[in-house]
Design a binder for this molecule. Structure first.
Ligand SMILES: [Zn+2]
Length: 310
């Protein structure tokens, strides 16, 4: 089965470690991804700097690494820039790659920097990582995080106007709901789970899940152990989130967002083990067409809707 994965941190990881995308000892590389059936991977750019200029510098270096790896592996990969490339997903042996910015510190308050990053191939963005910035409140700052700033509202309109995917992982709850008011296309929460199953702030409350369903969103189920279960998390614990969210809002909102290379402790050892997750979905009673929806169709539906909107 072909798989779309909505979030990995492999580019920032292999930039720092000076490793290759083709094969490495991290969670994700192209050789293992190909064997596992990955047909589209979203690659996050990430800087831990909270200062705009130093963050932008790190992001530019990671963009350079991304394009270097695309050039090195041009027989194995292609980049998603718009609807033309999206139509080729799964129709070729090549893995589709889509560039995402996780936390928009690098943008500061400058829409011009956002637009320039889009010209450099960016097609997906989340306004914050865990901490608040000049655009929005971040989830790690608790109930006082605040919502969207006026710059945050401006950039959401620009994101919509540009036909760029909006990722609401990591954003404060207030900003989450405000963003859904301001952005009129389906959003993605690329890597999060259900708070009713695992009570972590990075996971989504039932209220959030229901609003996401109204929006037509997809949620990429996250493999990070402490977002799956307190203590040791197994594949069965991970599948509990899939069953819960599907029962609450419907299977058409489920997708996968592994968080490979984002942290050490994940449910699967790496991308090579994705087949066990697929089998697990079957074993938990999802019908073959529902498994296909979770693995790829739901995510592609939102991407086609948003990237076609340009
Ligand atoms: Zn993340």
């Amino acid at each position: 089965m072909q798989i779309v994965d909505l979030h990995c941190d492999t580019i920032s990881e292999i930039t720092v470690r000076n490793e290759a995308l083709l094969n490495n000892r991290r969670h994700f590389d192209l050789e293992r991804a190909k064997k596992a059936g990955i047909c589209l991977q979203i690659f996050a750019l990430f800087s831990s700097s909270r200062e705009a200029d130093s963050s932008l510098r790190e992001i530019l270096i990671q963009i350079d690494k991304f394009y270097h790896e695309l050039e090195q592996n041009y027989l194995r990969v292609f980049q998603i820039l718009g609807s033309n490339e999206l139509q080729k997903v799964g129709q070729t042996d090549k893995i589709a790659c889509l560039l995402h910015l996780e936390g928009a510190e690098a943008i500061g308050t400058d829409l011009a920097v956002f637009r320039q990053l889009c010209r450099m191939g960016l097609r997906s963005i989340g306004l914050t990582w865990n901490y608040s910035n000049q655009l929005a409140g971040g989830i790690a700052e608790g109930g006082n995080a605040g919502g969207l700033t006026r710059y945050g509202k401006d950039i959401i309109k620009e994101i919509e106007r540009s036909g760029i995917l909006l990722d609401l992982s990591h954003i404060s709850e207030q900003a989450f709901f405000e963003a859904l008011d301001y952005y009129n296309l389906p959003v993605m929460v690329t890597h999060a789970n259900a708070r009713a199953i695992c009570n972590h702030p990075r996971n989504l409350s039932d209220e959030q899940l229901k609003v996401l369903a109204e929006n037509g969103a997809v949620i990429g189920l996250n493999q990070v152990a402490h977002f799956v279960k307190e203590g040791k998390a197994t594949l069965e614990d991970f599948l509990n989130h899939a069953v819960y969210i599907s029962d609450l809002i419907g299977v058409k909102h489920l997708a996968l967002g592994s968080d490979f290379d984002g942290t050490d402790s994940l449910v699967l050892p790496g991308v090579e083990a994705y087949a066990t997750l697929e089998q697990g979905l079957h074993d938990r009673g999802f019908l073959p067409q529902e498994v296909e929806m979770i693995l790829q169709r739901n995510a592609l539906r939102v991407m086609k809707r948003v990237l076609n909107a340009i």
